[in-house]
Design a protein around this ligand. Sequence first.
Ligand code: HEM
Length: 337
Amino acid sequence: MAKPMVSGAAAALLTLGAAVPPAAVSDEHVDPVAFVDQFEATAGKYEGFRRSGAKGICATGEFVGTPEARALSTASAFSGEPVPVIVRFSVGGANPSAPDNVRGQRNLALQFDLPGGERWQMGNISSPVFGASTPQQLFALLASREPDPETGEADPERVRAFNEANPNALLQAQYFASQPVPASYASTRYWGVSAFGFINAEGAVRYGKWVFEPEGGVQGLTDEEAEALGPDFLFDELRERVADGSGAFEFNLQLAEPGDVIDDATVALPDDRETVTLGRLEVTSVAEDAGGECLTITFNPMILPEGMKPSADPMIPARAAPYAISLSRRLTEGAKQ
Ligand code: HEM
């Protein structure tokens, strides 16, 4: 059950009987346990599965960094030597049976296993913007979509009130609605959406937002093609592409300029910002079943190598504890995918 997230001030108003808009965005810290409870209350609880990005598949890959990346950051990921990567592709949402043949979010999560036991973890999504700029706004968004136990549907008034007050939270869904159904996990762009800092040998920090661009180009399906493929085609399709050697991505960074918004994942950088290719990720194998190295790990964006730092975007640190709670729940339930 979701715990009520009521700030001290709001609680006082409630006691006085004043109207507090449902699903209002509080400025209180969001308790990570309440956060994961709210994911379950809104999106459903599927034991053993990730509370978000549940339908997924493990893969492995190799990353090679460029000289341009080395000029920006001392991170060993960019040494130019091949680096092994644990990869997980998934469909957005908590439902492990989510259909593959509908518009919406696809994810690319990565763990770079670097020399000396260093790791770099990241979760990227198939939209240039996220659906919330703060953890409080994400919590309120989820709360506004919680189904009424009577009707099984979210309260339309509550949804309307949230939407009217939070237009930036709707940009992600609008982006997905404007895109075709992805033809393949390997023909989709995946954005980091938050800015990160790249620290070079002189200690200078450049901030930027990254995107993984499919080497073979972006491919979508017509509605008829999607219908004909049915709800479960992405895993086999990926296995075929990777067996053909065509599952590679360019890792590109858009560099922020002074004055750009770099602390808000609902705001993309301007299109004309300089882009640097940081390297090439090649997916080299895909799990044959629901196992694989990605099964028992979580992708925490605070796990960064030397030479990288988070920006001031509050969504970066806010992910660490809920991911750990989701991980601990699914591990104790018996990790599945
Ligand atoms: C406070 C904000 C957020 C919360 C509370 C949250 C919560 C979660 C949870 C609970 C999981 C499942 C973790 C697991 O069991 O391993 C997850 C997965 C994921 N999240 Fe978030 N999330 C947040 C923000 C974001 C943002 C901003 C992005 C954008 C890149 C994102 C991308 C992903 C991806 C790609 C996955 C799937 C990773 C995988 O394959 O394991 N999340 N999130």
